[in-house]
Design a protein around this ligand. Structure first.
Ligand code: PLP
Length: 415
């Protein structure tokens, strides 16, 4: 890990204070032309000693705007501090976690995984238009049936058809033969440009797609394609737990990645990250964004600099090893749960590198699922699965209560 270090609390606070100083100083009367200010002190508690030890609250009060993309070109001078910290976040993610080469990546902190996924589709749609003069009818989005619904939003917004690829019921793996047939059929119907959303942990199962399966089949059919990895949930776990993972920028098949900081990283909402290789994000340049100094290459306009600082602070509070330990604690708990389920002969799906256990619903009485807040795969009609996600607050003692109730229900069934 080249950049992902652990800083002491005083170091963290000092860096954030410095960033805020260079970010905005509305009192100096230097910013007469910006439609921004600090939070309204008539409404919010914006002063007092309680803030001294609360750098994130201070950041929210200062209210910097991280509008635009800061990994290339110029950026707004007025918010330099929080933008620099955002750049550090993007660098840790791109280089240390997803193995991008130095300065070979772009990215920004989006509102969430939804925006980051749509940003990727938007980049590819424009790329296919620009490079090949492709029409919307010639493009198609491919994703597994377990893919997050944000991809359907993107398909709808961008007017590019989305085709779902079936997965095996038990392994949740993409059925390669079905993908092959579907691509063949789409190609014969005139589709030439494929945008793939490959999951690094699906929301319901934590299943991880192999992007190389897509690449191999699409190459065989001689069509153009780009692959985006949706690591909204898994991005802060899978690359840490699976050291052998090839789902990163070293893999030539992967062009862009989504990672949500507001899921596993427990950052404030509004912190999904979009990453891509250099040379792609320019496809969504909005030339008309002339009042923004620098280029706006993002789907959102104004966005929270305080959020970027919060993500920065979490990353550098832990450092790589701190995060490694935290994730492995969750994995340990997950393995504990799986051992118990094995003993009880309960059928479930779990990717060995993930903290999601998805149990076949026939093994879990409905009232039990309700009592423990398990999430079903569908809220209307018959569901087939219930998932447990071992997050920070889900401890073995909590899992134990569930397992004990599950045992009782099994005994009741027999009697
Ligand atoms: C949560 C999630 C999303 C959407 O992210 P938001 O941050 O809620 O917009 C996209 N993909 C996957 C796999 C997710 O788990």
């Amino acid at each position: 890990m080249k950049y992902w270090k652990k800083l002491s609390r005083p170091q963290l606070i000092k860096k954030i204070d410095t960033a805020l100083e260079s970010t905005v100083d509305f009192e100096s009367s230097r910013y007469l032309g910006y439609p921004v200010s600090h939070l309204d002190e008539n409404v919010f508690n914006t002063s007092g000693t309680s803030l001294d030890n609360a750098p994130i609250l201070k950041s929210f009060i200062a209210n910097p705007n991280n509008i635009g993309c800061h990994t290339l070109g110029k950026s707004e001078e007025a918010f330099k501090g929080s933008q620099e910290l955002e750049k550090e976040v993007i660098r840790v993610l791109a280089v240390d976690i997803f193995k991008a080469k130095e300065d070979e990546y772009d990215g920004y902190i989006a509102t969430g995984g939804t925006e980051a996924n749509i940003q990727a589709l938007w980049v590819y749609r424009n790329l296919f238009k620009k490079e090949f003069n492709a029409s919307l009818d010639e493009m198609v989005i491919l994703s597994s049936e377990d893919t997050h619904y944000s991809v359907h939003k993107g398909s709808n917004l961008l007017s590019v058809e989305n085709v779902s690829i079936p997965v095996d019921f038990n392994s949740r793996e993409i059925i390669a033969s079905a993908l092959d047939t579907i691509v063949g059929k789409l190609a014969s119907e005139g589709k030439k440009y494929f945008m793939v959303i490959s999951n690094m942990a699906t929301t319901m199962f934590g299943s991880v797609d192999n992007p190389d399966v897509y690449a191999e089949i699409l190459t065989k059919h001689n069509v153009n394609f780009k692959i985006h990895v949706d690591g909204a949930f898994g991005g802060f776990i899978y690359p840490i737990t699976n050291k052998q993972s090839t789902i990163n920028f070293e893999n030539p098949n992967v062009t862009s990645i989504t990672i949500d900081a507001h899921k596993m990283l427990q950052a404030p909402y509004g912190t999904g990250v979009f990453l891509c290789r250099k040379g792609y994000i320019e496809n969504v340049l909005t030339k008309e964004a002339q009042y923004v100094d620098g280029m706006d290459l993002t789907l959102s306009g104004s966005r929270s600099g305080a959020n970027a600082i919060a993500v920065w602070m979490i990353l550098f509070s832990y450092g790589y090893y701190g995060w490694f330990e935290k994730i492995n604690t969750l994995i340990l708990r997950t393995e504990w749960l799986c051992d118990q389920l094995n003993t009880l002969n309960v059928a479930y799906f779990r990717d060995p590198f993930m903290n999601i256990v998805t149990i076949k619903s026939s093994y879990v009485p409905e009232d039990l699922a309700h009592q423990f807040g398990l999430v079903p795969d569908t809220h209307d009609g018959e569901n087939s699965w219930y998932k447990v996600i071992v997050m920070d607050h889900v401890e073995i003692d909590d899992l134990l209560k569930f397992v004990e109730e599950l045992k009782v229900s099994q005994l009741q069934k027999i009697n």
